[in-house]
Write a protein that binds this ligand. Structure first.
Ligand code: ATP
Length: 463
């Protein structure tokens, strides 16, 4: 059995979590793999493995829970990825969703003109583009970030469509449907989760910025004179959500955009920023989009997109507050925040101190030895538990190694079946963070786990 002696924490300000550690854990434990690896990989494209799928599912589920289950003023939508191409003329993306790009005639690489300091010269990677006498950069030109494709078998005029660069526009296109069929009255919101696509020039940093990614966006329609107030409401709500799921408050901050940073549609935007290994970076943007989108789509479609109060005759174009978060970037933040290393009685371990509701697996069921009827009883316990929570069964290898495996994927509890279990139907329940073990009757296990899952939680890294 595992010793529960002194735990020495190893991570500290001087030995911070690095992106390399996260990437290697993700690969080792099957969270995230580089995509198309057998063909040499495809830049900035990743595949989510078993535990990555479970973790991202839990993040999405918590987002939906906060948007739908815990409120009554938000409804759900799942709109198409390919929309009518006029959508992107109206939204301003065809015209303005661009990054300035320069080419180097010497090394043939491309860089973002406004982020040369993030680029590496193709000939001398220790230098930034433009820093060596051989660098020969072109003038900057605008490059649209939308992926273009065609519908139908012929590449003809009018067949060009785009993969959506954000999920938000699908919501605006359905505003009229929700007015008519959902009988909603502002303030109310429409929420959507789904893939978006941007042909980013500067990628890298693992799943922080990829060309294909998942967004969790909600458009909250409000009477114009309430917009500023609802913006404040959503800033507070979203910060509460991230910290409630365990992100350490001192690694999270809100940063208001300066006037020169604001998007064409926004009158105020604040970013939720997280202290990633690459420094403070955006995790979620919370914008006051005003009436820009509904007005544009009304103009381009010729349809009235407004709220009409049938009783009073009052009519107006609602203003929109938009919290827009990234599911993949969120997952990276949760992984970075949870990653920890410690040493117990001279043995090092890596542990993901994830909030239990986010942990891919809630409980691992482990027979101490592979004989004497222990695997049979352990299977029985596992089958009962998996009915209630995501559970893993593992009987292979030394018990210590099996604990480590579960620690690395962030499993908060492990149940061990030993010789005593066969006599009195009790098991030990081990806690990932404190390593404390308690004996508990098999019949009470599922209830005990569900109770623990409901308890408030705070990152042990704060202690
Ligand atoms: P950035 O400035 O980092 O490119 P953005 O301001 O363009 O982000 P938004 O358009 O506000 O991003 O999108 C909302 C959220 O979607 C972001 O906060 C981020 O979490 C996520 N996101 C945007 N682009 C990407 C990307 N290329 N890869 C992964 N996530 C992304």
């Amino acid at each position: 059995m595992e010793q529960t002696g002194t735990i020495h924490r190893l991570m500290s300000a001087t030995d911070p979590v690095t992106m390399d550690k996260i990437v290697s854990l993700c690969k080792r434990r099957g969270f995230v793999f580089p995509s198309s690896e057998i063909y040499g990989g495809l830049g900035s494209s990743y595949d989510y493995g078993h535990y990555g799928v479970l973790l991202k599912n839990n993040i999405r589920a918590q987002w939906w829970r906060a948007m739908l289950q815990e409120r009554e003023d938000i409804v759900a939508l799942d709109s198409a990825i390919i929309q009518h191409p006029t959508t992107w003329r109206a939204s301003g993306h065809l015209e303005g969703f661009t990054d300035p790009l320069v080419d180097c005639r010497t090394c043939k690489l491309r860089f973002r003109a406004d982020k040369l300091e993030d680029g590496h010269c193709g000939r001398k990677p220790s230098k930034h583009p433009g820093e060596t006498p051989d660098c020969d950069l072109t003038e900057a030109r605008d490059f649209n970030l939308m992926f273009e494709t065609t519908v139908g078998p012929v590449r003809e005029e009018g067949a060009t469509v785009y993969l959506r660069p954000e999920t938000a526009q699908g919501i605006f296109l359905n505003f009229k449907n929700y007015m008519q069929f959902a009988r909603k009255k502002p303030p109310f919101g429409i929420a959507q989760v789904g893939k978006s696509f941007r042909n980013e020039i500067t990628t890298g940093n693992f799943i922080f910025r990829t060309r294909e990614f998942e967004q969790m966006e909600m458009e909250f329609f409000v009477p114009p004179d309430q917009a500023a107030e609802w913006h404040q409401h959503w800033l507070a709500e979203r910060m509460r959500w991230w910290t409630g799921l365990g992100l350490r408050p001192d690694h999270l901050r809100l940063r208001a955009h300066g006037a020169d940073e604001l998007s064409h549609y926004s009158s105020a935007t604040s970013d939720v920023e997280y202290l990633f290994p690459i420094g403070w970076s955006e995790l979620e943007g919370i914008a006051n989009r005003g009436d820009f989108d509904l007005t544009q789509h009304a103009e381009f479609s010729g349809q009235k997109l407004e709220y009409v109060d049938t009783a009073t005759g009052e009519r107006y174009v609602p203003h929109v507050i938009e919290p827009a978060a990234g599911a993949d970037r969120g997952m990276l933040a949760f992984l970075v925040d949870a990653y920890d290393e410690d040493e117990i009685e001279g043995e090092r371990r890596t542990v993901l101190r994830l909030h239990p509701v986010l942990a891919p697996v809630k409980v691992a069921v482990l027979p101490l030895v592979r004989k004497d009827g222990q695997p049979e009883l352990a299977r029985e316990v596992y089958l009962e538990l998996r009915d209630r929570v995501q559970a893993d069964y593992d009987e292979g290898g030394a018990i210590g190694r099996r604990y480590r495996r579960q620690d690395e994927i962030g499993t908060p509890w492990a149940v061990t079946i030993d010789h005593q279990s066969l006599e009195d139907r009790t098991v030990t329940l081990r806690d990932r963070d404190t390593l404390k073990q308690v004996r508990i009757a098999i019949g009470n296990l599922a209830d005990a786990l569900e109770e623990r899952l409901r308890e408030p939680w705070r990152s042990p890294k704060l202690d």
